[in-house]
Design a protein around this ligand. Structure first.
Ligand SMILES: [Zn+2]
Length: 60
């Protein structure tokens, strides 16, 4: 485990991504960066890369 600064903790979010094509769900940890959420998620196992339901929750 690495060191996390206070600001980093505050920016931490849980992101649930559901693929609208195949229904697969991915639960990821992301970070708010300059108003955007960065999760590193690229695409679903079905090759869908832009058709998703995305839910974001604060996570500490
Ligand atoms: Zn999919």
């Amino acid at each position: 485990m690495g060191f996390l600064g206070e600001e980093d903790m505050m920016n931490r979010v849980k992101v649930t991504i559901r693929c609208k094509r195949c229904g697969e769900r991915f639960i990821l940890r992301g970070r708010r960066e300059k108003g955007k959420i960065n999760t590193g998620f690229k695409q679903c196992i079905c090759d869908n890369s832009n058709d998703f339901d995305i839910q974001i929750e604060d996570s500490y």
